[in-house]
Ligand binder design. Structure first.
Ligand code: ADP
Ligand code: K
Ligand code: ZN
Length: 432
């Protein structure tokens, strides 16, 4: 029983957990007020009016634009010399934002990360290879420090260089990999091309996160690599990875509620959605001393999964991220998320690792083109069966997104692979 959790707080009684949240929220508000930004934003707000976590709704939101407007140091609640680390969001959706950590913040983060990895079965006897880029991206050092905190032998392999990655994995009997999902699919294929059977590799656990991916893509990774893949969610503004993580049951990600208050709102009205409904995730830090952030609008879409998890952890679970609010494609008045397309494609056995959505203007109307990599064994067949496949893909996509895109089949490995997060959509529409 003792070893089921990394930290007993993971199974804390809900009432105690909520009391802890309320207390930490009051403390956080007091700290936040030391920053130029919150000093103004929270002027006149009485922190003592916070009795329960639900009272958080009386506080204002913080947006990505707020963080940008405070760049570089306006969010800091302490003098600059108290900080020891800086990261920046990868800027997937525009100007990056900087996040600063004190020594204590780094320790709290490493603890959360270690707890997360422990939850999906990592132990100190494991060897972890971190295949995400280091540098400003939090997936490098964030995972790294957490892995060391858990006691795993940690290999900072970084991104790219597939051959060397494979050699390290084999030479040092790597049992856990941290790998971006879009790269995992590509990597599995490379391992085979190098003449190895993925079933003979020493690995057993893949930590996959940092970008939206579907249940179908996860299953594909698990099958191709002969591995268990666990979803990992985080964002730089909330430290980085280690915000929410799947346990062995793989039924959604436990969001660590002793460290964050999470809310799910209707992005239009700002009101909480009904339990179990999908909306925008809003997060507040409860344990950050250097740069607390209150009611941050993540723009990530998810829902709380109702009910309790069989693992006994009391922290609520969020569903896999359905996409970012900014990812939504509006084509001919229809709203489409790239993940709807991925879900369709990855469910088809003929489809390989990669795809690309391109939006173009033809004449007076906008069109969607979907380039799909097809597995080698299906590419050698005759023209007619390829055309049949193309039609089936277009039809399946139409059932899902209610528009018929133009489908182009390409050979595997022909769509350029991004070094970090995958680029799924290219918008070449005429804008007037
Ligand atoms: P950027 O916004 O520049 O990508 P980050 O590197 O901080 O900055 O990435 C955080 C974002 O990555 C999240 O807000 C979310 O959109 C995405 N993300 C992280 N983990 C996951 C995951 N497991 N599933 C889906 N999306 C994820
Ligand atoms: K060890
Ligand atoms: Zn669980």
């Amino acid at each position: 029983m003792k070893n089921m959790y990394f930290d007993s707080v993971e199974a804390m009684d809900r009432a105690d957990l909520e009391a802890l949240q309320a207390r930490r929220l009051r403390d956080t508000l007091a700290i936040a007020r030391q920053s130029p930004f919150y000093k103004e934003r929270l002027a006149g707000f009485d922190a003592e009016s916070i009795r329960t976590p639900a009272d958080i709704t009386s506080l204002p939101f913080t947006t990505k634009d707020d963080l940008r407007s405070q760049y570089p140091c306006g969010m800091l609640a302490r003098p600059l010399e108290d900080f020891v680390r800086l990261h920046a969001s990868s800027g997937t959706t525009g100007t990056p934002t900087a996040v600063f950590y004190t020594q204590k913040d780094l320790e709290t983060w490493a603890d959360l990360m270690a707890r997360s990895m422990y939850a999906c079965g990592c132990r100190r006897s494991d060897v972890l290879q971190n295949m995400s880029g280091y540098g400003l991206f939090t997936g490098g050092l964030g995972i790294h420090y957490g892995s060391e905190r858990l006691g795993m032998l940690t290999i900072p392999a970084g991104a790219g260089n597939t051959r060397r990655q494979i050699k390290l994995i084999r030479d040092f009997n790597v049992t856990v990999m941290h790998i971006i999902p879009s790269f995992a699919l590509y990597f599995a294929q490379k391992v085979r091309e190098e003449g190895f059977d993925t079933a003979d590799m020493p690995w057993r656990i893949a930590l996959i996160g940092a970008e939206p991916h579907t249940e179908e893509a996860r299953r594909k990774i698990e099958e191709m690599m002969h591995i268990k893949a666990y979803n990992s969610y985080g964002l730089s503004e909330m430290n980085g990875p280690g915000v929410a993580f799947e346990c062995l049951h793989q039924t959604g990600m436990h969001l660590w509620e002793d460290a964050y208050i999470a809310e799910i709102i209707n992005p239009e009205t700002g009101e909480h959605v009904a339990e179990g409904e999908i909306g925008e995730l809003v997060m507040t830090t409860l344990t950050r001393e250097g740069m607390p952030i209150i009611r941050y609008r993540t723009r990530d879409l998810t829902r709380f999964i109702p009910g309790q998890c069989a693992c006994g952890r009391t922290h609520r679970r969020i569903d896999r991220i359905a996409g970012r609010a900014d990812d939504m494609i509006i084509l001919k008045g229809v709203n489409i998320y790239p993940m709807q397309i991925e879900q369709c494609l990855m469910a088809m056995p003929e489809v390989g690792q990669n795809y690309l959505i391109e939006l173009v203007t033809e004449g007076v109307s906008d069109q969607m083109k979907v380039k799909v990599e097809i597995k080698n064994e299906y590419f050698v067949e005759d023209m007619r069966s390829l055309q049949g496949l193309q039609k089936r893909i277009a039809k399946n996509l139409c059932n899902e997104i209610l528009l018929t895109p133009r489908v182009e089949l390409v050979q595997h490995d022909t769509i350029p692979k991004a070094e970090g997060k995958a680029v799924r959509v290219i918008d070449n529409r005429n804008k007037d």
